[in-house]
Design a protein around this ligand. Sequence first.
Ligand code: BTN
Length: 263
Amino acid sequence: MPYSQEDQQWIKSQLQAEHIGQEILIYDAVESTNDTAKRMVGESDNEGTVILANSQTQGKGRLGRSWHSEGNVGVYLSILLKTSLPPEQISKIALVAGVALVQAINEFSQPRAYLKWPNDVLLNGKKVAGILTEYCKKKEHSEVILGIGINVNHAHFPISLQHIATSMAMENGEIFERLPLISSLLNHLDREYQSFLNEGLSPTVDQWNLNSDMFGKHISLTKGTQTFFGTAMKLDAEEGNLVVLTDNGEELAFDSGEVTLME
Ligand code: BTN
């Protein structure tokens, strides 16, 4: 079912959040909620405005990929965060969001979801949710757009995605209501984001490490034109970088890259 305008009130009534979700705007179809949010930068005094769409015609993924955004079955939302964080801290917001996202999914899903660096959420080894953060500066206003997509009730995916994508419904054998999942996500996000602003990255990194099952596994990590092979060790507490013990015994920390879990 598409969202109704009353859904906005229902979500708000469930929020304990101090900042995120003071304003929630619901659309039936947009090209991309991140692009809708981008057009709103500098327009509102509210912090944490949420743009929620029932479907996207040009949903965007990381690294220029597209995000499959079928109507009625997924959660597609973007949050506008006004931030005075220094540039090197802004990229950490995706780690904060990853922790909130996996916590929210695990309130509902029976098989447990896990984080895969940098910010994918996997259910039974396939991708169930993803995060795309973008930074937008317009005159004196700079805001971070935090885009989140969750495959909730998809019954199938296009052939090209079938080996990598899944939905909460496919792995649980049941259909989930989207609204409780959304309100849980916004509550977790508010809490994690406030903790990051007040206490720094370390508590987020602890939670990240607890909610990932990639450590101790053999991985390949591609960064630019280079590919590294080794064992994923942990995220380091200071920067949230991925520490890898390479196959030739070197310990390296990565701030970005694409990870493949080896069999
Ligand atoms: C990824 O894992 O590649 C990131 C996927 C992010 C998808 C969400 S859906 C809502 C928001 N709007 C977009 O166009 N993309 C993000």
